[in-house]
Design a protein around this ligand. Sequence first.
Ligand SMILES: Cc1cc2nc3c(=O)[nH]c(=O)nc-3n(C[C@H](O)[C@H](O)[C@H](O)COP(=O)(O)OP(=O)(O)OC[C@H]3O[C@@H](n4cnc5c(N)ncnc54)[C@H](O)[C@@H]3O)c2cc1C
Length: 347
Amino acid sequence: MLDYIVVGFGLSGMSFVEELENNNKTYRVYEDFSQKSSRVAGGLYNPVILKRFTLAWEASEQIKEAIPFYKSIEAKLNKKLVSELPVLRRFNAAEEQNKWIEAGDKPLLGEFLCPELIRNENEHLDIPFHYGKVKHTGKIDIKTMLSSYAAYLEEKNAFCNQPFEYEDVVVKEGFIEYRGVPCRHIVFAEGFGLKKNPFFNYLPLLGNKGEYIVIRSLELQLKEAVKSSIFIIPLGNDLYKVGATYNNEDKSAEITITAREELEKKLQKFLKTPYEVVDQVSGIRPTVRDRRPLVGTHPNNQNIHVLNGLGSRGILIAPSVAKQLYAHIELGVSLSKEIDSNRFDTL
Ligand SMILES: Cc1cc2nc3c(=O)[nH]c(=O)nc-3n(C[C@H](O)[C@H](O)[C@H](O)COP(=O)(O)OP(=O)(O)OC[C@H]3O[C@@H](n4cnc5c(N)ncnc54)[C@H](O)[C@@H]3O)c2cc1C
């Protein structure tokens, strides 16, 4: 009997698998690459909401857990995955500078906001009101992390590159059987794919489509992530990710011309040097009606669980909610009401 089946290997599924590894559990992962949120993400970790200058939900606690978590994966897989990367917020007016300085006086937020205004020294960017700099920010190479971790699992025969078929689940007394294989628990970590899951599709997962363009600019030579109405994130080799869009209506997987036009228009407001668009990517963020994760056990089956709803901040949230779900399943630790999926009724 397997201890676990994990469905989905994005940031949620991988974080849960790491818990299983650390606790010597047996498991198998199913991943069909139908969703791309984790693999197309900007990869930034930044605890501050740069629109309003507030801290993101529980971000100052999450960051303490998340960075050591990714560094331990970096060591285990022997790949460079975590790099510090300054995040600069471009101010649009003097009032924003004042708001930033005020926000920096707040107890928790103050740890993350540099009080000094930073002067722009890059002639290819139009930054008339200077920058505010966020401290303790960086970038995770999620694509490399997931593909290297998947390769590690393949070697252990624990990774199935195929869709998980819900109709093949047989509920038994105290365990589950999937295609003849008994297992103690199934954890569904499917991102927006949850919509097709008959056990959990009653949950109010809304989904928000995000698109990035990737540009090449030889002159720009930018070393920091710059946030105006959109981000410019340096990727190395004169490439930059520019975005992302937020779209609540379109839930299709395809990239769109509308998104590209929107991003280029915003970019041209402050980028003053030639560039070419070399790529475009899209994914659906697993957003929830009340903007909190969906973590917990099915109301009618103690062996079926969900780990979802990471929204637009999966990097910081995933390690801590995966740990909480594991402690809930194995040790009976109660989940906080805020994240417990049972805060929503079945239909
Ligand atoms: C454009 C964009 C930019 C973003 N930028 C950032 C950022 O800079 N920083 C940050 O912290 N967050 C960012 N996010 C948010 C972050 O990507 C998400 O919070 C996170 O990826 C969600 O991870 P997940 O594992 O829950 O879902 P997903 O990444 O969607 O993973 C779910 C996995 O389950 C698989 N799956 C689904 N159904 C099945 C099935 N039946 N059988 C087998 N496999 C299945 C899918 O193929 C998928 O790989 C961004 C998101 C987008 C779209």
